[in-house]
Design a protein. Structure first.
Length: 353
């Protein structure tokens, strides 16, 4: 997904397009209208989209020429629209997804800022204590003949290693950063699996997948598209590679072996990408009203997504801040324990005078 300002631009644009489509007006008129009052960079993109459409390209193709602004799920959703004729519902779904993204970023962002500030403060306190306070105190106490506790000696050893081999720390940090970008841009499946298993983010990623599947697949079924094609179109519009691969595998199973929908999805859902409740819902939908069942599931998972986004800060705190506090307490204990030993030694010597 693009940056927050671009998401807001997209939301406003598709809010207008949804109104135009609902009124039976050509959405290109809405694009031209929004371009007139948008930021220069956005205006240039939208005007180029209009030029490409006039040259004979369809709207999704024209938008695909600007992947830095239009996420692939939007262009693929518009292709689904071309195949299903569900213009009003498709544009509404894109609008709702963008609104949901804005709410999600707002909730997560408001939780992140104080946690990041606190985490940086913890790191700073740890570095000051380990690299300056403990070594100076340890050297002073050793000169006074005080035996240092094991915990203090441990942190002194850590500080010595950090001071003498600081370049290894930089290399390690650089390797971690490089590894992150390598996985994110070159190993999309691995990156998606990591997000789906991060303690503080997995429920957000999980509910996003459930909402997207229920919403898009439900729209395809509502348009009267047969099951195999509906899976194919939903996979093309999915912005999560795990969901995309699952649906394509299920579709392949249906076409090659004649498996029914539920059996095919169960077989392809080895990584538990889709919630098991879909098995029952899809089975029940065979008797009719599947589109209504899926619409309700989409609403349910949308509510779940917004709810878990509001608890993001708590989960992140448990993952990062709590261990940080435990480590900082250990550092301060390593500082105070030698002081207590020194006070005890002074008291003993004073008593013998």
């Amino acid at each position: 997904m693009t940056n927050t300002n671009q998401v807001k631009d997209l939301f406003q644009l598709f809010s207008i397009l949804h109104q135009y489509v609902s009124a039976g007006v050509n959405p290109l008129d809405g694009i031209a209208l929004y371009a007139q009052n948008s930021r220069p960079s956005v205006k240039a993109i939208l005007e180029d989209v209009l030029v490409n459409v006039r040259k004979g390209n369809d709207l999704p193709t024209a938008m695909e020429k600007h992947p830095e602004f239009f996420p692939s799920f939007i262009t693929q959703m518009l292709r689904v629209n071309d195949k299903t004729g569900q213009s009003d519902s498709i544009y509404e779904s894109i609008e709702q997804t963008l609104e949901q993204e804005i709410d999600l970023r707002r909730n997560v962002g408001s939780e992140m800022i104080p946690i990041v500030v606190l985490f940086i403060a913890l790191i700073a306190a740890f570095c000051v204590a380990v690299f300056f306070v403990i070594p100076m105190m340890g050297e002073m106490l050793r000169d006074m003949g005080v035996e240092l506790p094991l915990l203090t000696r441990f942190f002194i050893g850590v500080a010595d290693i950090a001071v003498n081999y600081w370049y290894l720390i930089l290399i390690g940090a650089g390797a971690l950063i490089a590894g992150y970008f390598h996985i994110r841009f070159n190993k999309p499946r691995l990156y998606a699996k990591i997000l789906l298993n991060l303690p503080f983010y997995k429920l957000i990623a999980f509910n996003q997948i459930q909402y997207r599947f229920a919403r898009i697949f439900g729209l395809c079924i509502e348009a009267g598209i047969e099951t195999s094609k509906a899976l194919e179109y939903t996979a093309s519009a999915a912005d999560n590679i795990l969901l995309k691969d699952l649906l394509l595998e299920a579709n392949n199973s249906i076409n090659k072996t004649g498996a029914d929908l539920v059996t095919a999805i169960k077989k392809a859902n080895g990584d538990n990408v889709l919630d098991a409740s879909f098995y029952t819902m899809l089975e029940a939908g065979k008797n009719g009203n599947m589109e209504h069942i899926l619409a309700k599931r989409a609403v349910y998972f949308k509510k779940q997504l917004l709810a878990v986004s509001k608890t993001f800060g708590t989960k992140l705190s448990l993952t990062l801040i709590t261990p940080g506090f435990v480590l900082l307490i250990a550092v301060f204990l390593s500082v105070y324990m030698p002081v207590f030993s020194l006070m005890g030694k002074i008291g003993t010597q004073g008593g013998g005078i």
